[in-house]
Write a protein that binds this ligand. Sequence first.
Ligand SMILES: [Zn+2]
Length: 119
Amino acid sequence: MTIHAKSSSGGSYEVTFRIENNRPTVTCTCKAGSIGQACKHKLGIVAGAHEMFDIPAQVDNVVSLLASPEWQQLVSDVMEITAQIRAIDAELERLKSDQKVLKRSLATRFNATSSNRRD
Ligand SMILES: [Zn+2]
């Protein structure tokens, strides 16, 4: 099954779902997708993100395909891994924020107007 995914430059890419060597595979014709990366088109189409579809009527086709048993493992793996990546992103944001506070605190050690100044 081939789905047309919207490209940010205005055209569309082809996201193709097929079983290869008994394994469900998803390919995309974009630059990242064509070298095997999890591009935003593969992820968006698998997630059923309506705004990614160039042909709105194809949303139902993907939903039906992915509901079939041979595709369920891929869908659950993708959901689990993307959730883990989001959790890491959130943790990184928290760490960056902590780092910023520490850097500001470090700067006050060299600053005459520091509230931590001891004479
Ligand atoms: Zn792509």
